[in-house]
Design a protein around this ligand. Structure first.
Ligand SMILES: *Cc1c(COP(=O)(O)O)cnc(C)c1O
Length: 368
């Protein structure tokens, strides 16, 4: 007879994980939905990606290519990279988890910044390691604070550049200074999910650093500018030795056939990506200016979303969120990121941007 006083126990740390809450997606009844809560593109996917996706419907009985060769080839050619140093994932989330699983053990520490992407904390805790938070300065990664947090137990640093939900970035010179200050046995994970949107001369996604260092990886996604979030496609570029380790642990068929085909087609459609970046630059600047005119503080963003700050009392972020929801505009609360007085808003279609400003203008003018 089994001993019922014994129960299965997860690895220590796992019960410290708060459930990740995705952005909302429901409009108020009778209102047109504008979903600005998950940084999805308003332009949809490339028509070439949709065509490739549909073609896969004819051979669903076959396992996909376990090496995602077609997709890795398209990435390697487009970005001028060595295909042997690219590994794909079921979204970049899977790759972030995989890196933590393979390189962190209980007792190890991993650092991320104060308002850094929440998936890092989840990955670190799931690996049984200890999350260490480095303070930010003006909602921006502070390299000195990260370096000051390094101890002999540190094994990993996660850096989203640009960061979500703040929209800020640090120049490549700062990333290099961070790397130079880390011991060689600390893996620097550069998450460049929004790289395609950034139009700054001093920004780089980190490709060159990965190419020249043994302890840096860069992750990218098809969920944002490529408009393929539903297919779950991410990729990682890293040292051959690191990629070999990740290859051992990943699921043998972690990308499905539709993702491989559509991802490859999208990667080769450079004009589509360029048009999406252009739309974003234009409407991000417009939104920032318009929200400023009605008295809202917007953290300068280089990505496809804005972090908008509200007063602590009166016209609060919670009240603004409710007012927007009532009009079908769904944005993201970021209290879970330590930002209870702010909301994160995706730069949507022209119609969505105008609606957002309309509703917030009425909200700011109304009685508190
Ligand atoms: C959206 C996002 C990702 C992408 O995640 P996927 O799993 O590829 O959809 C990764 N990192 C950051 C910071 C993000 O905001």
């Amino acid at each position: 007879m089994s001993d019922t006083s014994l129960v299965p126990v997860p690895r220590s740390g796992i019960l410290d994980i708060d459930l990740y809450v995705p952005g909302g997606s429901k409009a108020a009844p009778g209102k047109k939905l504008h979903k600005l809560s998950s940084n999805e593109t308003p332009l949809g996917p490339s028509p070439k990606a949709v065509e490739a996706f549909q073609a896969t419907a004819r051979k669903l009985e076959l396992y996909p290519d376990g090496s995602a060769t077609e997709l890795r080839q398209a990435i390697a050619e487009t970005h001028g990279l060595n295909i042997d140093r690219i590994i794909c994932g079921n979204g970049s989330d899977e790759l972030l988890h995989l890196v933590a699983e393979c390189y962190l053990s209980p007792g190890d520490e991993a650092i991320y910044s104060e308002h850094g992407f929440l998936v890092y904390r989840i990955s670190i805790l799931a690996a049984g390691a200890t999350p260490v938070v480095a303070k930010e300065t003006a909602y921006t990664t502070d390299v000195d604070a990260i370096l000051a947090a390094v101890t002999p137990r540190t094994r990993m640093v996660f850096l989203a550049n640009p960061n979500n939900p703040t929209g800020t970035y640090i120049p490549m010179a700062e990333v290099r200074r961070l790397h130079a200050g880390l011991p060689g046995n600390v893996l620097l994970v550069l998450d460049a999910a929004y790289a395609e949107y950034v139009r700054r001369n001093d920004y780089e996604s980190g490709v060159e650093l990965v190419a020249s260092a043994g302890n840096v990886v860069m992750t990218r996604t098809f969920s944002k500018i490529h408009g393929l979030a539903a297919l779950r496609i991410g990729w990682l570029y890293g040292p051959k030795a690191v990629v070999d380790v990740l290859e051992r642990v990943r699921g043998p068929f972690n990308l499905n056939a539709a993702a491989i085909s559509a991802g490859a087609a999208s990667m080769r459609d450079r004009a589509f990506v360029e048009a999406a970046a252009e739309h974003n630059s234009r409407w991000s600047a417009w939104l920032t200016a318009e929200l400023g005119k009605i008295g809202l503080k917007v953290t300068p963003s280089v990505a496809n979303f804005l972090l908008v700050h509200f007063p602590e009392t009166g016209k609060t972020a919670d009240a603004a969120d409710k007012a927007l929801l009532a009009e079908g505009v769904v944005v993201r609360k970021v209290g879970g990121y330590g930002l209870p007085n702010a909301l994160r808003m995706t730069v949507g279609s022209e119609e969505a941007c105008r609606r957002l400003v309309e509703v917030l203008t009425a909200f700011m003018k109304g009685a508190a």
